[in-house]
Design a binder for this molecule. Structure first.
Ligand code: DON
Length: 229
């Protein structure tokens, strides 16, 4: 239960926003609140004092996976089979379109997008990065790396500024709220079909700076955290 959200001032203010004292409400208009929950993939990075790094993405795939809890063990099984292709050309729940190579059969490969990444510099971990987000995962990880390396952004900007995403099919370019309006206009002129969408990923970065200090960034899109010890 997302108790923290349910008792937060922000959430309660939203729930009370259409309340008018002295006037009866209409029960039909009273619906459940909307609580932002993760889509059941988790990413975390760890860097230890000796400079060893791990980047881990783990997934149930869809919400509650295949909705089966292992008796006695208490964890859910995933429904990652959805990343195989049930039939060539038929999209999975993330709209990813697979072919024969992704069939549910021995020797075939699923269309997993999970991209836990460690960028090395001088053979040492430099940028440790990853995110949940289904098909948007590689796009988020790639944009973050390019923004840091090629556009000299801070890790914080690379993670938190609005992102965009295209996945071949559907032929649409997704952009997050707050994306530069002029760029959107230029892209439209070029013929892109722009679709505004909610959060793209929840990217986490640990970056080892030139003076060996650590810059750790947790995406502000979620309830993520960065901690040191
Ligand atoms: O392996 C994959 O690409 C998907 N099963 C990941 C699903 C995912 O990230 C859902 N949540 N955000």
């Amino acid at each position: 239960m997302p108790v923290k959200t349910l008792i937060s001032d922000e959430y309660l203010k939203k729930r009370m926003s259409d309340f008018e004292p002295g006037k009866a409400g209409n029960s039909k208009d009273i619906r459940e609140g909307v609580i932002k929950e993760s889509d059941e993939t988790t990413h975390f990075n760890v860097l230890d004092k000796d400079g060893n790094a791990v980047s881990v993405t783990t997934t149930l795939n869809g919400g509650y996976g295949c909705r089966t809890v292992v008796a006695g063990a208490g964890f859910l099984l995933n429904n990652e089979m959805d990343d195989f292709s049930v039939k060539p050309g038929v999209p999975n729940m993330f709209g990813a379109v697979g072919q024969e190579a992704n069939a549910i059969a021995p020797g075939k490969r699923m269309l997993s997008s999970m991209t836990p990444t460690i960028v090395l510099k001088n053979n040492q971990p430099w940028i440790i990065v990853g995110t949940p987000g289904g098909t948007t995962i590689p796009t988020s990880v790639y944009q973050t790396i390019v923004d840091i390396i090629d556009f000299n952004m801070t890790a914080n900007d690379a993670v938190n500024l609005p992102k965009f995403h295209h996945q071949w099919l559907p032929d649409e370019l997704y952009v997050e709220k707050g994306f530069n309006e002029n760029v959107i206009e230029e892209l439209k002129q070029m013929g892109y079909k722009i679709v505004m969408r909610s959060d793209i990923g929840r990217t986490e970065v640990i970056m080892v700076m030139p003076d060996r200090t650590i810059d750790a960034v947790a995406d502000h899109r979620g309830d993520d955290a960065a901690v040191g010890y």
